[in-house]
Ligand binder design. Structure first.
Ligand code: ADP
Length: 388
């Protein structure tokens, strides 16, 4: 019951004003009761001593004149008492209103200055809240302050991510730029021979920069959700086979075997074919990149817990357990020097995770450790065929 009253600002204001009215009426009644008789007695006493008025008390002046004098004095006495009572009531009302207004204004002012400080870029600012066990106990102003604090901590997180991203991007750009700059300086100074190999090296680094910029653009698009998923029933077998076929030549060139195993009678999945094709391609390119010549990669699709699970299983270099939780983070690489040298930007899996999650699925990696191969799996919802 108290929580009900405490959590409603409108009700609290209404009750406060009611309390002011009651207090005022009380003071008014008390003052009139106290002051009116005294004032009346004083006026009556004055009446007897006033020159010319004393006659009113004398017999023979008539009852009418005496009553008139009484009424006049009564009115005077009541008016005087009312003046005192109104003064006291106004003072009490002003004090009570001041207290109530302070209760409302103080949190609003705290919010206003915290908003100002956040607008100035001080994202760690928070508004202090009264002690509470659950948000239901807070009134509207308290809940506003709570939401404000939540918004402030989200802004703080976003700002930290933005800073980290700028740092990461700068770091990623530095390596190819340093190589290009070094090669060009070597060429200009005549230290490096102006031959095919040198040009190839510069070209490779420029290509890597290009890929990185493309990947970053794609990452920012998927992270911001600035793309549209064209969801439709997609045949699992068809999807897997077309992606595998598009990478066949690259697998052949490296000497890595690739096989497909799709469970019979698998229902279609609800997916954007292009986007999920992108995810599968990404996983298969990684599997090829991290599997040495003579290795094997298998793409498997099965029904599992009401979803369709796709797995890319390789016999490659594997992933040590301590790296597994971070593998989907932006720019995370297990072996930083090796991946960077071979052209990986470290955002492929981050993009894959965003795309799979946008489809309502999950993606994860498993590996028994170094050189024990890796399995990357993701799930997609089945397409429900509606009858009628
Ligand atoms: P990259 O472009 O560097 O491959 P990804 O986001 O695709 O970036 O992958 C992140 C990291 O995960 C890679 O740098 C690599 O260390 C590790 N990784 C990804 N796939 C595999 C795999 N199949 N086997 C071993 N390690 C892998």
């Amino acid at each position: 019951m108290t929580t009900f009253f405490r959590s409603r600002l409108g009700l609290k204001l209404f009750l406060s004003y009611l309390a002011v009215i009651v207090v005022c009426l009380g003071i008014l009644a008390f003052s009139v009761n106290l002051a009116a008789p005294r004032a009346f007695a004083r006026h009556l006493a004055n009446m007897g001593t006033m020159p010319g008025m004393g006659g009113m008390m004398q017999p023979g002046r008539g009852a009418g004149g005496m009553m008139g004098g009484f009424y006049a004095n009564f009115r005077l006495a009541v008016s005087e008492a009312l003046v005192w009572a109104a003064g006291a009531a106004a003072l009490a009302a002003a004090l009570a209103s001041l207290l109530i207004a302070r209760q409302v204004i103080l949190p609003v002012q705290a919010l206003k200055s915290a908003t100002q400080r956040i607008a100035d870029g001080r994202y760690h600012e928070r508004v202090s809240l009264p002690e509470f066990k659950s948000p239901d106990e807070l009134d509207e102003l308290g809940q506003l302050a709570l939401s404000f604090n939540q918004m402030a901590s989200r802004l703080e997180q976003a700002e930290a991510l933005r800073r980290q991203l700028i740092g990461d991007v700068a770091h990623e750009l530095r390596t190819p730029l340093t190589v290009i700059r070094g090669s060009m300086e070597g060429l200009m100074d005549g230290v490096l021979p102006a031959n095919q190999e040198t040009y190839q090296q510069v070209f490779r680094e420029a290509e890597r920069l290009n890929r990185l910029v493309d990947d970053l653009q794609e990452l920012s698009r998927v992270e911001a959700g600035a793309y549209e998923l064209k969801l439709q029933p997609v045949s699992v077998e068809g999807l897997v086979r077309s992606v595998v076929a598009s990478l066949g030549r690259q697998y052949e060139q490296k000497g890595v075997k690739i096989s497909v195993s799709v469970a019979p009678g698998l229902p279609p999945v609800m997916a954007d074919e292009l986007r999920i094709g992108q995810v599968l391609t990404n996983l298969l390119i990684n599997a090829l990149q991290y599997t040495p010549e003579g290795g094997q990669v298998e793409v498997r699709a099965v029904e599992s817990q009401g979803m369709v699970r796709f797995s890319v299983i390789d016999t490659g270099i594997g992933i040590p357990a301590e790296h597994l939780p971070h593998i989907f983070d932006r720019f995370y690489r297990v072996d930083k020097s090796r991946s960077r040298a071979s052209g990986g930007s470290g955002v492929g899996l981050t993009i894959a995770r965003h795309l799979v999650e946008a489809h309502g699925g999950t993606i994860w990696a498993e590996s028994a450790g170094t050189n024990a191969g890796s399995t990357f799996s993701f799930t997609l919802p089945k397409a429900t065929t509606r009858s009628g």
